[in-house]
Design a protein around this ligand. Structure first.
Ligand code: ZN
Ligand code: ZN
Length: 237
Protein backbone atom coordinates (compact mmCIF):
# COMPACT_ATOMS: atom_id res chain seq x y z
CA UNK A 1 0.00 0.00 0.00
CA UNK A 2 1.40 3.33 -1.08
CA UNK A 3 1.35 6.04 1.57
CA UNK A 4 0.74 9.61 0.56
CA UNK A 5 2.95 12.38 1.76
CA UNK A 6 1.29 15.46 3.23
CA UNK A 7 0.95 18.52 1.04
CA UNK A 8 1.99 16.56 -2.06
CA UNK A 9 0.37 18.50 -4.86
CA UNK A 10 -0.18 15.54 -7.17
CA UNK A 11 -2.28 13.72 -4.55
CA UNK A 12 -5.17 15.52 -2.88
CA UNK A 13 -7.42 12.56 -2.19
CA UNK A 14 -7.26 8.86 -1.46
CA UNK A 15 -9.47 5.84 -0.89
CA UNK A 16 -10.31 4.78 2.63
CA UNK A 17 -9.44 1.12 3.18
CA UNK A 18 -12.41 0.63 5.44
CA UNK A 19 -15.34 2.34 3.74
CA UNK A 20 -13.74 2.37 0.25
CA UNK A 21 -14.83 5.96 -0.30
CA UNK A 22 -12.55 8.43 -2.02
CA UNK A 23 -11.95 11.35 0.30
CA UNK A 24 -9.78 14.47 0.39
CA UNK A 25 -6.58 14.11 2.40
CA UNK A 26 -7.80 16.37 5.19
CA UNK A 27 -10.30 13.62 5.97
CA UNK A 28 -7.42 11.36 7.02
CA UNK A 29 -5.28 11.47 10.15
CA UNK A 30 -1.49 11.58 9.82
CA UNK A 31 1.03 9.41 11.63
CA UNK A 32 2.46 11.45 14.46
CA UNK A 33 5.70 9.50 14.94
CA UNK A 34 7.76 6.60 13.68
CA UNK A 35 9.04 5.96 10.16
CA UNK A 36 5.65 6.90 8.69
CA UNK A 37 5.59 10.26 10.44
CA UNK A 38 3.67 12.79 8.36
CA UNK A 39 2.05 10.22 6.08
CA UNK A 40 -1.69 9.78 5.91
CA UNK A 41 -3.33 6.76 7.48
CA UNK A 42 -5.28 4.09 5.55
CA UNK A 43 -8.56 4.72 7.24
CA UNK A 44 -10.50 7.97 6.98
CA UNK A 45 -11.14 9.99 10.15
CA UNK A 46 -14.75 8.88 10.33
CA UNK A 47 -13.90 5.18 10.11
CA UNK A 48 -10.99 5.57 12.56
CA UNK A 49 -13.16 7.38 15.07
CA UNK A 50 -15.89 4.79 14.84
CA UNK A 51 -13.40 2.00 15.25
CA UNK A 52 -11.81 3.68 18.27
CA UNK A 53 -15.15 4.33 19.86
CA UNK A 54 -16.24 0.73 19.49
CA UNK A 55 -12.92 -0.52 20.72
CA UNK A 56 -12.93 1.83 23.70
CA UNK A 57 -16.37 0.64 24.66
CA UNK A 58 -15.26 -2.95 24.53
CA UNK A 59 -12.15 -2.05 26.52
CA UNK A 60 -14.15 -0.15 29.14
CA UNK A 61 -16.57 -3.03 29.49
CA UNK A 62 -13.66 -5.33 30.15
CA UNK A 63 -12.26 -2.97 32.79
CA UNK A 64 -15.64 -2.70 34.51
CA UNK A 65 -15.96 -6.47 34.53
CA UNK A 66 -12.42 -6.88 35.86
CA UNK A 67 -13.01 -4.32 38.60
CA UNK A 68 -16.21 -6.05 39.60
CA UNK A 69 -14.35 -9.34 39.87
CA UNK A 70 -11.50 -7.86 41.95
CA UNK A 71 -13.64 -5.54 44.02
CA UNK A 72 -12.52 -6.71 47.45
CA UNK A 73 -8.87 -6.72 46.52
CA UNK A 74 -9.03 -3.22 45.06
CA UNK A 75 -10.91 -1.83 48.01
CA UNK A 76 -8.33 -3.27 50.33
CA UNK A 77 -5.54 -1.67 48.33
CA UNK A 78 -7.25 1.71 48.28
CA UNK A 79 -7.88 1.57 52.01
CA UNK A 80 -4.30 0.60 52.63
CA UNK A 81 -3.06 3.46 50.49
CA UNK A 82 -5.22 5.96 52.34
CA UNK A 83 -4.09 4.56 55.65
CA UNK A 84 -0.39 4.82 54.81
CA UNK A 85 -0.68 8.29 53.29
CA UNK A 86 -3.23 9.65 55.75
CA UNK A 87 -0.92 12.17 57.37
CA UNK A 88 0.38 13.42 54.02
CA UNK A 89 -3.09 13.83 52.63
CA UNK A 90 -4.36 15.65 55.69
CA UNK A 91 -1.37 17.97 55.53
CA UNK A 92 -1.89 18.56 51.82
CA UNK A 93 -5.61 19.26 52.28
CA UNK A 94 -4.90 21.63 55.13
CA UNK A 95 -2.32 23.56 53.14
CA UNK A 96 -4.56 23.66 50.08
CA UNK A 97 -7.46 25.04 52.10
CA UNK A 98 -5.34 27.75 53.66
CA UNK A 99 -3.81 28.77 50.33
CA UNK A 100 -7.13 28.80 48.48
CA UNK A 101 -9.32 29.99 51.34
CA UNK A 102 -10.91 32.94 49.57
CA UNK A 103 -11.37 31.06 46.33
CA UNK A 104 -13.04 28.12 48.07
CA UNK A 105 -15.31 30.40 50.09
CA UNK A 106 -16.31 32.30 46.97
CA UNK A 107 -16.99 29.07 45.10
CA UNK A 108 -19.06 27.62 47.95
CA UNK A 109 -21.02 30.83 48.22
CA UNK A 110 -21.80 30.91 44.51
CA UNK A 111 -22.75 27.26 44.56
CA UNK A 112 -25.07 27.89 47.49
CA UNK A 113 -26.70 30.92 45.87
CA UNK A 114 -27.21 29.00 42.65
CA UNK A 115 -28.82 26.01 44.36
CA UNK A 116 -30.34 27.77 47.35
CA UNK A 117 -33.90 26.57 46.86
CA UNK A 118 -32.81 23.02 46.19
CA UNK A 119 -30.53 22.94 49.23
CA UNK A 120 -33.22 24.33 51.49
CA UNK A 121 -35.74 21.87 50.16
CA UNK A 122 -33.30 19.02 50.66
CA UNK A 123 -32.50 20.15 54.20
CA UNK A 124 -36.16 20.34 55.08
CA UNK A 125 -36.82 16.88 53.75
CA UNK A 126 -33.71 15.45 55.39
CA UNK A 127 -34.61 16.91 58.79
CA UNK A 128 -38.11 15.56 58.50
CA UNK A 129 -36.99 12.07 57.51
CA UNK A 130 -34.17 11.84 60.07
CA UNK A 131 -35.90 13.51 63.00
CA UNK A 132 -34.94 10.86 65.55
CA UNK A 133 -31.31 10.57 64.47
CA UNK A 134 -30.89 14.35 64.57
CA UNK A 135 -32.51 14.53 67.99
CA UNK A 136 -30.17 11.89 69.32
CA UNK A 137 -27.16 13.55 67.69
CA UNK A 138 -28.10 16.90 69.20
CA UNK A 139 -28.45 15.34 72.63
CA UNK A 140 -25.05 13.69 72.34
CA UNK A 141 -23.41 16.89 71.06
CA UNK A 142 -25.31 19.41 73.11
CA UNK A 143 -22.23 21.43 74.00
CA UNK A 144 -21.27 21.77 70.33
CA UNK A 145 -24.74 22.90 69.27
CA UNK A 146 -24.96 25.47 72.03
CA UNK A 147 -21.51 26.69 71.02
CA UNK A 148 -22.43 26.98 67.33
CA UNK A 149 -25.66 28.78 68.17
CA UNK A 150 -23.83 31.28 70.37
CA UNK A 151 -21.17 31.82 67.70
CA UNK A 152 -23.85 32.61 65.16
CA UNK A 153 -25.49 35.06 67.54
CA UNK A 154 -22.13 36.76 68.10
CA UNK A 155 -21.61 37.04 64.33
CA UNK A 156 -25.07 38.52 63.94
CA UNK A 157 -24.16 41.11 66.55
CA UNK A 158 -21.14 41.96 64.41
CA UNK A 159 -18.88 40.99 67.29
CA UNK A 160 -15.18 41.01 66.62
CA UNK A 161 -13.35 37.66 66.77
CA UNK A 162 -14.43 34.16 67.67
CA UNK A 163 -13.35 31.21 69.79
CA UNK A 164 -13.43 27.46 69.41
CA UNK A 165 -15.38 24.94 71.40
CA UNK A 166 -12.10 23.56 72.74
CA UNK A 167 -11.09 26.98 74.04
CA UNK A 168 -14.37 27.16 75.92
CA UNK A 169 -13.99 23.65 77.34
CA UNK A 170 -10.46 24.51 78.45
CA UNK A 171 -11.69 27.71 80.09
CA UNK A 172 -14.28 25.78 82.07
CA UNK A 173 -11.55 23.40 83.20
CA UNK A 174 -9.38 26.33 84.27
CA UNK A 175 -12.26 27.48 86.47
CA UNK A 176 -12.56 23.90 87.81
CA UNK A 177 -16.10 23.87 86.39
CA UNK A 178 -17.05 26.36 89.08
CA UNK A 179 -19.05 29.55 88.77
CA UNK A 180 -16.69 32.26 90.11
CA UNK A 181 -19.66 34.34 91.22
CA UNK A 182 -21.59 31.94 93.47
CA UNK A 183 -19.03 29.15 93.85
CA UNK A 184 -21.35 26.38 92.75
CA UNK A 185 -19.98 23.65 90.52
CA UNK A 186 -21.08 21.60 87.53
CA UNK A 187 -23.13 19.46 87.28
CA UNK A 188 -25.14 21.08 90.06
CA UNK A 189 -25.28 24.17 87.85
CA UNK A 190 -24.71 24.58 84.12
CA UNK A 191 -21.97 27.00 83.17
CA UNK A 192 -22.84 29.46 80.42
CA UNK A 193 -20.67 31.86 78.49
CA UNK A 194 -20.68 35.37 79.84
CA UNK A 195 -19.13 38.11 77.72
CA UNK A 196 -17.22 40.22 80.23
CA UNK A 197 -17.72 43.26 78.02
CA UNK A 198 -21.15 42.43 76.59
CA UNK A 199 -21.51 42.10 72.82
CA UNK A 200 -24.08 44.91 72.84
CA UNK A 201 -21.40 47.17 74.32
CA UNK A 202 -18.92 46.26 71.63
CA UNK A 203 -17.22 43.35 73.41
CA UNK A 204 -15.47 40.74 71.28
CA UNK A 205 -16.22 37.04 71.01
CA UNK A 206 -12.57 36.13 71.71
CA UNK A 207 -12.08 33.69 74.55
CA UNK A 208 -10.34 36.34 76.69
CA UNK A 209 -13.63 38.26 76.83
CA UNK A 210 -15.48 35.24 78.14
CA UNK A 211 -15.96 33.88 81.65
CA UNK A 212 -18.06 30.91 82.70
CA UNK A 213 -21.01 31.84 84.89
CA UNK A 214 -24.00 29.82 85.95
CA UNK A 215 -27.29 30.80 84.40
CA UNK A 216 -28.51 32.67 87.48
CA UNK A 217 -25.36 34.72 87.93
CA UNK A 218 -25.15 35.35 84.21
CA UNK A 219 -28.64 36.78 83.99
CA UNK A 220 -28.33 38.87 87.16
CA UNK A 221 -25.10 40.38 85.82
CA UNK A 222 -27.08 41.46 82.75
CA UNK A 223 -25.09 44.03 80.79
CA UNK A 224 -22.72 45.18 83.50
CA UNK A 225 -19.04 44.99 82.75
CA UNK A 226 -17.64 42.82 85.49
CA UNK A 227 -14.81 40.31 85.54
CA UNK A 228 -15.06 37.75 88.35
CA UNK A 229 -11.87 36.44 89.86
CA UNK A 230 -11.04 32.83 89.14
CA UNK A 231 -10.05 31.65 92.61
CA UNK A 232 -8.01 28.82 91.09
CA UNK A 233 -5.87 31.28 89.20
CA UNK A 234 -5.26 33.27 92.41
CA UNK A 235 -4.29 30.11 94.27
CA UNK A 236 -1.87 29.12 91.55
CA UNK A 237 -0.05 32.38 91.96
ZN1 ZN B 1 -13.66 5.38 5.71
ZN1 ZN C 1 -23.25 31.35 89.78
Amino acid sequence: MKLEKPNEKSVDSKTCCACKEVKVLTEFYQYKSGVNKGYYRHWCKKCANEYNKKNNERFNQRIIKWRELHKEELLKKVRQYYKIHRQERLEYNRKYHIEHKDKIREKDKNKYIKNREQIREYGKRYRKEHKDIIKKYKENNKERFIHLYAARRARKNNAEGSHTLNEWLLLKKQYNYTCPCCGRKEPEIKLTKDHIIPLVKGGSDYINNIQPLCKNCNSSKYTQIKRFINSLEVNNG
